[in-house]
Design a protein around this ligand. Structure first.
Ligand code: HEC
Ligand code: HEC
Length: 315
């Protein structure tokens, strides 16, 4: 049995290492929950397999030998050991309680499996982990019923809001199976579910052009391809429109140039916005080139043609 614990020890280390490579560690949770059974099987398997033992006389180089030995185990055994240990060291899954004492919105009769999957849906919808809403004590265990965190209180309001949306509104549009609004419908992996246009427009107001451009680059680096924000041309075209409407022409040019640098948009709309920004900012030659590009893309564009003619007849 001591050898078994040796293996568990090695597995624990491997598991901890593995966990630190998992981005947003909660991604392993669904897998872990499914491994509950496997964990039990592992225990059984270990007891039934006396040949899984540490070779004698390896005390000096214990860790390395155990590691080698661990690698020698069958792939299935290894998988089970890892699963078992990941389970043990994942707080919040391993210690998910059986009884719930402070449910105020969810049904008091909710099953453990259902509550777990509800909590996991929160985690994925907001791209956070359990401690975002739940108090974690110094020993890393959780006080799930505690209501100390504002985020947990907000989540309750959100639960009520979502229930109301589905029941009182979506439920009344007369479809037999209307699409249900969920946390992820709005949140999409963000705690603050705002579209990119709103984020950038606010930054522009509060922090100015330079910080807004930097913020765009930061967000793009962090989130590109994971669906939180639309990094296509549209939000930047829209931001440019709103800046032009406020005669903030220099900023409009900068945002449109950012758009071309980041997205190389090929749309008529984008070239129109670029042309209008350059024109409004007094960069007439550039504006003419942009309108010519519009004409190339869209030969029937009478408006672009008029702009081009009027710019050409200036001076
Ligand atoms: C976005 C916030 C949020 C996140 C993230 C979250 N929870 Fe919760 N959790 C809640 C809310 C809100 C309740 C109470 C629901 C109610 O009052 O009906 C709750 C209740 C619970 C309860 C029942 C507590 C009791 O006894 O009343 C458990 C257990 C729990 N969560 C576990 C978890 C675990 C495990 C995770 C991570 C996988 C997690 N939660 C992530 C918001 C969250
Ligand atoms: C209809 C859109 C919508 C849906 C659906 C929605 N939320 Fe929200 N949620 C918001 C908005 C908007 C905010 C930000 C409010 C603010 O801070 O101004 C927010 C904020 C939050 C916050 C606070 C975040 C923070 O940083 O303080 C939590 C927690 C949260 N929502 C949880 C949930 C959960 C859990 C669900 C599903 C039960 C959910 N939300 C469903 C729109 C939504």
């Amino acid at each position: 049995m001591a050898d078994v614990w040796g293996h568990l020890f090695v597995s624990l280390r491997l598991a901890i290492n593995a966990r630190s490579f998992v981005p947003g560690n909660d991604a392993v949770i669904p897998f872990l929950v499914n491994c509950r059974l496997s964990a039990l099987q592992t225990k059984y398997y270990l007891i039934k397999q006396p040949q899984i033992g540490r070779p004698a006389g390896v005390e000096s180089n214990r860790r390395k030998t155990m590691l080698i030995h661990f690698v020698r185990l069958g792939a299935n055994t290894r998988r089970l050991l890892l699963a078992a240990l990941l389970l043990v060291i994942t707080p919040g899954v391993a210690q998910f309680p059986d009884k719930f004492t402070n449910l105020q919105v969810l049904s008091k009769d909710i099953s453990k499996a259902e509550l777990q999957s509800t909590m996991r849906s929160f985690v994925f919808a907001l791209n956070v982990r359990c401690p975002f809403c739940h108090v974690q004590k110094v020993d890393m265990s959780f006080d799930y019923p505690a209501d100390d965190k504002d985020t947990k209180k907000t989540a309750r309001i959100m639960l009520q809001m979502v229930a109301a949306i589905n029941h009182d509104y979506v439920g009344k549009i007369g479809k037999p199976t209307p699409i249900q609004v969920e946390c992820v419908t709005c949140h999409r992996g963000l705690t603050q579910p705002r579209p990119l246009l709103a984020v950038l427009a606010e930054a522009m107001e509060k922090q100015g052009l330079e910080k807004t451009v930097a913020l765009y680059h930061d967000l793009r680096k962090q989130y590109y391809g994971t669906g939180q924000y639309d990094f296509g041309e549209t939000p930047l075209n829209q931001l440019t429109e709103s800046l032009l409407a406020k005669d903030r022409n220099k900023e409009a040019v900068a945002i449109m140039e950012l758009n071309f640098a980041a997205n190389s948009p090929g749309s008529v709309w984008a070239y129109h916005m670029l042309a209008m920004s350059h024109e409004a900012n007094g960069e007439i030659e550039k504006a003419k080139a942009d309108y010519r590009k519009v004409m190339e893309l869209h030969p029937e564009d009478t408006w672009a043609k008029e702009q081009l003619d009027s710019l050409s007849s200036r001076k």
